[in-house]
Design a binder for this molecule. Structure first.
Ligand code: RBF
Length: 166
């Protein structure tokens, strides 16, 4: 059932698949580390809260959000994770870098996901300013990392369910 979200971290815990058999990778950008580390913590804690073993969570860092696609590709190529949560934060500046980075990451993560047949979760904050980012990494709009973790659990469960049909 779809309900209107009042907060990015609002979800019904009973509807979330248990992740005790899941292996999850997290790739986190170092740019705007105050924000991305808070998103990482939200994602990590949510995975653990829903049964994912800490030994089955692999965390790696990349320099900036632009590197999230390559980092996610490395994670899926060289480890046995079921899904990757890609975490970054791009804040609008005076130049066009914002547009180039956001476009590259959104397209790049989609390509990596499809090429590997595994979920790659887009947990990239793209904000006008630092306050909007703070509001979404544990502030008044919740923590987008929590939503990334919930999405990963749902997508891994979906793949496991559908792949049993053939
Ligand atoms: N990376 C981010 O994750 N967030 C940013 O807001 C961000 N802004 C950037 C602005 C400029 C002008 C440049 C050159 C890079 C920026 N990056 C940012 C880094 C980018 O994602 C990447 O790490 C570098 O461009 C190296 O490939």
């Amino acid at each position: 059932m779809i309900t209107k979200k009042v907060n990015l971290s609002d979800y019904n815990a009973e509807e979330i698949p248990n992740g005790e058999d899941f292996k999850i990778g997290i790739v986190c950008a170092e740019w705007n580390a105050e924000i991305t580390n808070a998103l990482l913590e939200g994602a990590y804690d949510t995975l653990v809260a829903h049964g994912v073993k800490e030994s089955n969570i692999k965390v790696e860092h990349v320099p900036g959000s632009y590197e999230l696609s390559t980092g996610s590709d490395f994670m899926l190529t060289y480890t046995n994770v079921d899904a990757v949560i890609a975490i970054g934060c791009v804040i609008q500046g005076d130049t066009r870098h914002f547009d180039f980075i956001c476009e590259a990451v959104s397209q790049g993560l989609t390509n990596v996901s499809i090429n590997h047949h595994k979920p790659v979760i887009f947990t990239l904050l793209t904000t006008n300013d630092m306050q909007q980012a703070l509001d979404r990494c544990g502030g008044k709009h919740g923590n987008k990392g929590v939503e990334g973790a919930v999405t990963a659990l749902k997508m891994v469960a979906l793949k496991k369910k559908l792949s049993k049909l053939i």
